[in-house]
Write a protein that binds this ligand. Sequence first.
Ligand SMILES: NC(=O)c1ccc[n+]([C@@H]2O[C@H](COP(=O)([O-])OP(=O)(O)OC[C@H]3O[C@@H](n4cnc5c(N)ncnc54)[C@H](O)[C@@H]3O)[C@@H](O)[C@H]2O)c1
Length: 410
Amino acid sequence: MDTIRVGVVGVGRGMSFARGTGPLVGLELVALCDTWEERLEQAGKQFDVTTYTDYDEFLAHDMDAVILANYFHEHAPFAIKALQADKHVMSETSACFTIAEGVELIRTVERTGKTYMFAENYPYMVFNQEMRRLYRAGEVGTVMYAEAEYIHPDPAEVIMGRACGTYHWRNWIPATYYCTHSLAPIMFITETWPEKVNGFVMVRREDDPVNERTIKFSDASSMIALRMDNGAVVRLVQVYLRGHGVWVRVHGSRGLMENLRWGERNMLRVVREQYHEERHHPEEVIYRPDFPEFHQQALQAGHGGGDFFTNYHFAEAIRRDEPPFLDVYRGVTMSIIGPLAYRSALGDSNTIDVPDFRREADRVQYENDDWRPDPVKGDPWPSIEGRKQPTPEQVAFSREVWRSKGYEGE
Ligand SMILES: NC(=O)c1ccc[n+]([C@@H]2O[C@H](COP(=O)([O-])OP(=O)(O)OC[C@H]3O[C@@H](n4cnc5c(N)ncnc54)[C@H](O)[C@@H]3O)[C@@H](O)[C@H]2O)c1
């Protein structure tokens, strides 16, 4: 197949997808779409491509594929429309905001036969790719327990600079929803699927100085406990806590592997006790792995190289006409852990079954499940503490930051 012509929606995060196109991956950027005109114009000039403020007009552009980096909670309807317009789709997280959207998205991918890829880049970080290689080679046995953390604190001006507008999604999506950066690596390494979920939410604390300046309708962070289809237990921690870090640990029946928590965090630690067995390995090794392919190119890309591999695997899936590993079933499954875990947290962290949308019976059960938190109307509120209103100090500080970004709205 010739070069795949692609358009990108959203010129925030979308710019890294745009930068990652080119002959090496076989994607050619041909169009950009955003409703924020000034930023769009700038991006259009930078890449010298056609720009659109209207999504329908953008979809009419002569191109093969669309990459979605618009708002977190609006991907599924955009993806469905693009698939129906005969485009392949790669979508940022979350794949769907409601569970019903997930069902509709899966059905649309099946009906249209187009390629859909969930753009989770964290599995493609170098230590996660190496852990997948080791796991598949049987080096640590079968997963029994795994943990993954995506902990991302920032100064108030950075937090509010990324979230222009009182009701920007980053200011209100519940603390369990941004769970795919931690879950995706575990599913990628071990190829297990979640079957049961319990959600726990940690509220914001008044003695955190960042909270004095940030508008947030949601809680700080969450811990999600999962039981996987092979009986393994998984613990995920995500979003806002102090102590920045991305960390993955897998305990198998024969050994442990994890990336380092301090120092060079791309390094891997593998522990394999060999008690009475013939000795094949040192008991503990710590080393810096290489990417399995495209090592030099990946080193230049964002998110620890992950941003190179999402574009690459999307293009490969289209060229081969085969679903990527991060297909619509995995993308939707990872994404619905967010709402399911939040429901659990609201229900005293009770256990909830995770539907398997590879099965039609499960789809039918959830096809009308439109449950979604709302920062204005509630039912439910996006915080387990209920309704929240920003203080005058939080509003004043946030507005000042937004103006500095060129955002004049409320
Ligand atoms: N995988 C990662 O490492 C990573 C990193 C950052 C963001 N993200 C994801 O990428 C997505 C975008 O993140 P962001 O930080 O750029 O968010 P953002 O809200 O800053 O940007 C979204 C962009 O989409 C545009 N947009 C919204 N509605 C639109 C519409 N109807 N038509 C055209 N454009 C529209 C907005 O104007 C904005 O420029 C989110 O889903 C986020 O979760 C992923």
